[in-house]
Design a protein around this ligand. Structure first.
Ligand code: ADP
Ligand code: ADP
Length: 232
């Protein structure tokens, strides 16, 4: 379980302070698909980066399975980062590497033996529905296929949590549905907890079990997706 308690983040800029998060609290249970929906500038990416340990909160805490993330150092921090897979907006693929090269990359960094990397990469390619595309380069793929590569790469180290930053904002509605089906499948088959940030209500409707509506750095509403969305 991920427990977020009274989280704040203030950026200090030349033109003054920006309070990106102003006291966010939530519990995200194992196996949830948790949506965070809000307008541009509401604080979605900042929250995601705090959970991914890419940003340090100003105050408050985030803990996973009871362990406060701010207490992690060195090796524990590295191990913890591996527990969290992230897919970024715009896929962030390595253009000079093939599909399998992209998926293998985090495994190479983790020092996984070559034979194991090969086995794991093939398994992931199959999981995300890219059979036959192992040797293709990102420039030869559609947007939906690139997103599948990004998802496979994020899952390479067997994370418990998958963070998705606007996973479908660049995709047409048909491809959006296919990618959301894939995420749903991964959630069920692998038991991975998924956190999705989005500005599209359709995304929340299709796959989220829980949703938080974020406005100006606060959760305006938060709860079971069907109930929050049904509210007048
Ligand atoms: P969203 O993802 O919902 O669009 P962000 O988390 O990106 O929102 O941004 C929330 C607020 O924090 C915005 O006002 C944004 O300009 C500001 N912000 C985000 N990142 C930084 C940063 N690195 N430095 C200064 N301000 C930032
Ligand atoms: P998103 O909404 O997806 O976060 P943004 O355009 O808000 O996209 O942010 C892109 C990058 O710019 C992020 O790394 C964010 O931290 C940074 N950023 C956003 N707003 C500001 C800002 N006001 N000042 C400095 N950096 C910012």
């Amino acid at each position: 379980m991920i427990t977020i308690q009274n989280l704040t983040k203030t950026y200090h800029t030349k033109s003054g302070e920006v309070e990106a998060l102003r006291g966010i609290s939530a519990e995200i249970r194992d196996g949830d698909i948790f949506g965070i929906i809000g307008l541009s500038g509401a604080g979605k990416s900042t929250l995601l980066r705090c959970i991914a340990l890419l940003e340090t909160p100003t105050s408050g805490s985030i803990s996973i399975d009871g362990r406060d993330l701010s207490s992690l150092r060195g090796r524990q921090l590295t191990e913890h980062r591996r527990q969290i897979g992230v897919i970024f907006q715009g896929y962030n693929l390595l253009m000079q590497r093939t599909v399998s090269g992209n998926i293998a990359f985090p495994l190479e960094i983790a020092g996984v033996p070559k034979a194991e990397i090969r086995r794991r990469t093939e398994e992931l390619i199959h999981l995300v529905g890219l059979d036959g595309k192992a040797d293709a380069y990102p420039s030869q793929l559609s947007g939906g296929q690139c997103q599948r590569v990004a998802i496979a790469r994020a899952l390479a180290n067997n994370p418990k949590v998958l963070l998705c930053d606007e996973p479908t904002s660049a995709l047409d509605s048909f491809t959006t549905k296919a990618i959301l089906d894939l995420l749903s499948d991964i959630n069920q088959k692998l038991g991975v907890t998924i956190i999705i940030i989005t500005h599209e209500i359709g995304v929340v409707k299709q796959i989220c079990s829980q949703v938080a509506v974020i406005e100006s750095g606060r959760f305006a509403e938060y709860g079971v997706a069907a109930e929050v969305l049904a509210a007048p």
